[in-house]
Design a protein around this ligand. Sequence first.
Ligand code: SAH
Length: 508
Amino acid sequence: MATKKTTPGICYLVGAGPGDPGLLTLKGKECIEAADVLVYDYLCNPAHLRYAKDGAASIYVGKKAGDHTLSQEEINKLIVKLTTEGKTVTRLKGGDPVLFGRGAEEAAELREAGVKFEIVPGITSAIAGPAYAGIPVTHRSHASQLTIFTGHEDPTKPDTSLDYAKLAQADGTKVFLMGVERIEEITREFLKHGAKPETPVALVRWATHTHQQTLTGTLADIAAKVKAAGFKAPAVAVIGDVVTERPQLNWFEERPLFGKKIVVTRTRAQASVLSKQLSALGADVIEIPTIRIAPVEDQMSFGELVQDCHTYDWIIFTSPNGVDAFFTMFDKLYNDTRSIGGVRIACIGPGTAEKVKARHLAVDLMPDKKNYVAEGLVKAFKDHQDMENVKVLWVRAQETREVIANELSGMGAIVDEAEAYRTIAETEDNLEALARLKEEGADMITFTSASTFEHFLNLKVPLPEGIKIASIGPVTSAAIKAHGFKVDVEAQENSIPGLVSAVEKYWK
Ligand code: SAH
């Protein structure tokens, strides 16, 4: 073997899983976090790149049939070069790196160059794909054997390395990858070599992704069905009796929001809570942050009010952002939570209350359920106590309705208003998400405040035809209607979980 030079570089050949962002291994994630350079494929979900450290480079070498950004030789050269330079290179491949992934070839090149590598197995689409369609690849009643083969080779070519006579006769389940384009030849070969025409077949396209599609049939009719449906790659194909389990075990595609494309506005930081809950119900979420939370310019006045917070009878929080801004300032001024004194705390709703509770502070007052708006909080105060001469500090957004101040003052309270943050348009690059919305459309768009809606309008993106509008509550709905739009769904309980359950109910 050639003399090896040792460099601190290392290349991790990592299986990125079949697509569901949760189907990445812990070791895979660690390799992404450690990488100086990420080199990733077409079938690797780019969502994984969010684990990369700041400043890490990412290089797309996507290979889609017929559209090779880089040839395999160029990819080999690239990872060898980067690793030889001493970098930590994480090479992400869809599914498992050594199942039809050419991971072995890349490993051999790295070995040849004398640099270190590790193989980090991944969850392969060959098994996970069928599982997400409710098809187990083995089953005590149907199959005790599994054969995985590539559908890439033309079975009619004399130099094919596959023996279809043996494949057709093999017991158990047969799974093939890269075979949608050749489904006609492959099924024909199976039938020619004695497989039963009624053998069940399923194709799972974009398996484990929110837009997964499954097509079922038999060896005799699946090719015609693929043609009729315009069913395209990438898909995993399963042949065998295990496919009959699908009606009982189809769990992924039966989740309540499966197949629904839902747009989430809000800030980048907040979107994730709503997105996660919608995704958990099966929705395909497009995040288009329209607003961003920024500090107020007058930090001095805000700081003075926060400093005096212990002199009030009540602090009122009307948004989670307000709680964050308040305590960021509080922590700059004090290093002891007890400096907040005996002041009582009121919150507009459960999301805001959660933020307060996270600081191990109790919430003393909240509106009744289904009434998490300013008016609801005013009513709660009315029912709670006489407000005459009661000192209130209202922690608010710069731009918000004046209901709290006006109504509580009207009841005799002394209200000081602490402008804690402002909502500004998100200027970050939303282009990709907006292009997706334009291209694919969506079933529904959600708005969690009047400002998310107004800033969405400012983006000047026309709403796709027929898209439904969901609003978190009456105030947001009023803003939407004021611009001539119809609100299709309004949350009964004006909170994120309330919005999620209203959306779910709507599509039931
Ligand atoms: N190493 C990968 C397979 C790479 S070959 C793995 O272990 O999954 C590429 C083929 O894999 C595609 O043509 C398709 O047949 C299959 N494939 C990969 N990801 C898929 C997915 N999410 N859904 C359906 N098929 C997928």
